[in-house]
Unconditional design. Sequence first.
Length: 318
Amino acid sequence: MAVAVVVTTLLPLTNSVQWWIRMWDFPRLHISSVALLVIFAALLSTVTYKPLLIGAVSAAFVYQAWQIFPYTPLAATEIALTAGPQGAAEVDMLAINVLMENTRHDDLIEVINREDPDVLLLMETDAIWAEALQDVLARYAVVKSHVADDHYGLIFATRLEVISAEFLWPHDDVTPAVKAVLRASNGPEFNFIGLHPRPPVPGNDTETRDRQIKKAALMTSSSERPTVCMGDFNDVAWSWTTKRFKQYGNFAEPRVGRGMISSFHADYPFMRLPIDQLFVTDNVGLVSFSRLENFGSDHFPIAATVYFNDDRSADVGQ
């Protein structure tokens, strides 16, 4: 167990794109928990090279804990939750991985009707889902759909004014991303980026996923518009890929200082990880950020309300 803890801690440090290496980015909480058990067991047992074993596993525990610490309530927050100033337009957003095989269409429709988002991003939408959601989507002025049966369908819908909206396919990738320039009433133009890259699983190394996430950051890093990025990143908030994304795009995230608010796997609490993301630039105000109820998917929906004010000065850390 000690060897497993140390090896799974060291492997991601190589920054390899091999799926079987990058998958160990995900269970850092689980690895740190096992590390603690190993340390306590070693302290109570007679084992060979006990000081070396405890020292190596303790170092692994400290590193893993340091990686996940920002996503605990003990850390300082990056974004304050505040009501928008007088006259600022608030925009409700909802991002949902529906799970292509999920047949609880009515349950999702109930969630969408209740939340009534201004911007809606749906992932894993095939023809069956597109047909089931026809009436809901008809309420939106603009709907762009990429219907697919490979778990990478995408539907983007909004009632806001659309300056531009398009699907982008990064080089060598068959999973689309959404890039839109929108305007809320009485508000400035802003960028909306929606992502759903492939996960690190057998047959899928992370080179393409990492490139798509990086490209999304670079698309907005030189823009003066406020930017919101949402979606199922298939990457945890603490991975080096996501950290690079935040740095390149000048993003902040609401999970920091508030807890993991894990979104996957909805059916197995012991496996839950924060892979459905929300990132905003510092000229975006955040009114609320929440994980909604299970409706049959393996992901929980992620909802947020934001506002846009070019002169906003965020109270970071509150």
